[in-house]
Design a protein around this ligand. Structure first.
Ligand code: ADP
Ligand code: MG
Length: 258
């Protein structure tokens, strides 16, 4: 893996429109309100780490950003396109946003290479050769080019999650969402996945990462977001967030996980 100097944090004072903008977004599951009028902007190149207790709405927040969940109130814009059920909105999401899940979600009956080439061939219309070349580039980037012909079950959890990251990168998204990508891994495999994510962050990718890996957060986050009970309770730089949380809820949470 190439070790380049990290791309500096984007200038939040710059007068550029955010790549993700949420305004008063609410999401309900029947009568239960999972997101309560959440407002939240992400600038191009920004790396945001989201944390908070289980059930606080972290997954719902990022699933609304790529429309795996539809919000009921408020507005979400991705690169200026409002998310709704129109073709334009779906195309925007498909083109701009990649996502990595806790449970990898690889196709078990396909090899690693087939997992990686499927989207580029079917969705982007790449030829088999082009898709294969692209897949190998990203497998090298996540340091497992030698696993290309294996099936997911033949890989360790850490390797599977790196395949999932490479698969997402094969679609060349401009924004990457991660939902607790290391939570399903055995402890000894967490570092190899975080290393790949750190490299991606250093390359300047716009990222929202839900994680409780606070070492990773301190290293890569430009901004921390703390959620509780469907609300964003607190945001701040990692420095401020970890040393002087503003709310009691956040302080209590940090005491529990650090
Ligand atoms: P987190 O990721 O912070 O643990 P989630 O966003 O998954 O939290 O969930 C927030 C709340 O919404 C939880 O109370 C959860 O039970 C509820 N919830 C999430 N998804 C669904 C669903 N599909 N149907 C009903 N309730 C849901
Ligand atoms: Mg979750």
């Amino acid at each position: 893996m190439t070790v380049a100097a990290p791309v500096p944090a984007p200038d939040h004072t710059a007068d550029t429109p955010p790549v993700i903008s949420m305004r008063d977004v609410s999401k309900y599951f029947d009568d239960f309100q999972a997101l309560k009028s959440v407002s939240f902007d992400v600038q191009k190149g920004e790396r945001v780490v989201v944390c908070g207790p289980s059930g606080s709405g972290k997954s719902t927040l990022i699933r609304c950003i790529n429309r795996l969940e539809a919000h009921e109130a408020g507005e979400i814009m991705v690169e200026g396109t409002t998310l709704d059920d129109t073709r334009a909105s779906l195309d925007q999401i498909r083109g701009a946003v990649g996502m990595v899940f806790q449970q990898f979600n690889l196709f078990p009956h396909l090899t690693v290479l087939q997992n990686l080439t499927l989207g580029p061939r079917r969705v982007l219309g790449l030829s088999e050769e082009e898709a294969r070349k692209r897949a190998m580039t990203y497998l090298e980037r996540v340091q497992i080019p030698d696993q290309a012909e294996k099936f997911p079950r033949q890989l360790s959890g850490g390797q599977q999650q790196r395949v999932a990251i490479a698969r997402s990168l094969c679609m060349e998204p401009r924004i990457m969402l991660f939902d607790e990508p290391t939570s399903a891994l055995d402890p000894e495999m967490i570092a190899e996945v975080l290393e790949v994510m750190t490299e991606l962050a250093d390359s300047g990718m716009t990222m929202i990462v839900v994680t409780h890996e606070m070492g990773f957060a301190r290293r890569v986050a430009d901004r921390m977001v703390f959620m509780d009970k469907g609300e964003i309770v607190e945001t701040g730089t990692p420095e401020a967030f970890f040393t002087a949380p503003k709310s009691q809820r956040c302080a209590t949470f940090l005491q529990q996980i650090l």
